[in-house]
Design a protein around this ligand. Sequence first.
Ligand SMILES: Cc1cc2nc3c(=O)[nH]c(=O)nc-3n(C[C@H](O)[C@H](O)[C@H](O)COP(=O)(O)OP(=O)(O)OC[C@H]3O[C@@H](n4cnc5c(N)ncnc54)[C@H](O)[C@@H]3O)c2cc1C
Length: 367
Amino acid sequence: MRSTDGIFVKYGAPNRIFGDSAISVEEIADQARAAGLEFIPTVIRHIGTENCKLILNNMRKVLDGKAEIRTRSQVQSLLEEDGAIRGVKLAGGEVIKSDFVVVAPGRVGANWMKGEADALGLTTMTSPVDIGVRVELPATILKRITDVTYEPKLIFYSKTFDDKVRTFCMNPYGEVVIEESEGITTVNGHSYARRKSDNSNFAILVSSTFTEPFRDPIAYGRYIARLANLLGGGAIIQRLGDLLAGRRSTRERIDHCVTRPTLLKATPGDLSFVFPYRHLQSIIEMLQALDRLAPGVFSRHTLLYGVEVKFYSNRIEVSPEMETRVKNLFAIGDGAGITRGLLQAAASGVMAAKAISACITGIRPGK
Ligand SMILES: Cc1cc2nc3c(=O)[nH]c(=O)nc-3n(C[C@H](O)[C@H](O)[C@H](O)COP(=O)(O)OP(=O)(O)OC[C@H]3O[C@@H](n4cnc5c(N)ncnc54)[C@H](O)[C@@H]3O)c2cc1C
């Protein structure tokens, strides 16, 4: 992870890191514990949305003339023969032959990956599905914590259901955005390095695991997201005060809200029509716990956007080098259910690349 982080810095990521001040981090951890929350200390380098493009451009420049990069080329299927990968077939019918394939379809390709894994007979493990809301509030409420950690990772076990609930993807001074995936609208958040809003946003996600007879967490997540889309015509926004009062938010009520929404495309509505009781209760209990750590979180002016779903793929069984049971087929990143973030996904790619390089140069014999 550290050496992969170095690659991002080499190609233009900012030098500053958060969460490395032991004293302040320990203080926050103590306060979190007192509020019933577990604080996971992490060191964060915030790249910023606009810098991602710059870094990718810099990486691409180095590859110019050395590699052919094709965008807008959808892979339809992975071609396997006698237990080894042979290449890929594109949606247009073109076949690209290869001795090695690294498959990295991301969360958007989680469903496709599941189908391919089933077709190839790869062993997969069901991951929990994470469903919840994007919370938005004035940045000052969390400033004391975000100034130190940037992205505090907090875990809570709900009182009523003992479900694991966590904060995810905190964006100080950021913006809430729409995410479209395979015809489904969900919400997400991001923040720029320079452009600042007055708000911070983060996700509260509730993890649910399914075992028997149902083991398709992606389908469950898509079902909940579709319900929100059905009722709201897309994403839904609701004031916490309205949710607690048992009424929907309206455009007028949102206009009265002290927290000004950064996402204007969400429809004011009622999230209690969308979430199962289990999820809603856990989200409310988590907000109450967070309020003990950062007073003001459980305000009636706190905005909730729904739904946020993390479609982590079923986790594909891979070797420590990321190789699947199909010889020379490597699965990396979020779409393979292996990782859940930029740095981890990149690090898994570096591991696969090193293994392939070792095979080609003869350092490591193929399986
Ligand atoms: C709004 C937002 C904010 C985020 N913020 C953060 C953050 O602050 N920190 C962090 O660590 N992570 C963040 N993430 C998550 C991060 O982007 C992912 O974890 C990371 O990009 C995963 O990398 P990946 O290479 O596995 O997949 P991706 O980056 O998703 O790339 C997969 C690519 O494969 C393509 N693809 C899928 N199926 C096929 C197919 N069949 N054929 C061809 N191409 C296909 C997809 O279109 C996509 O371009 C954020 C994500 C979003 C959406």
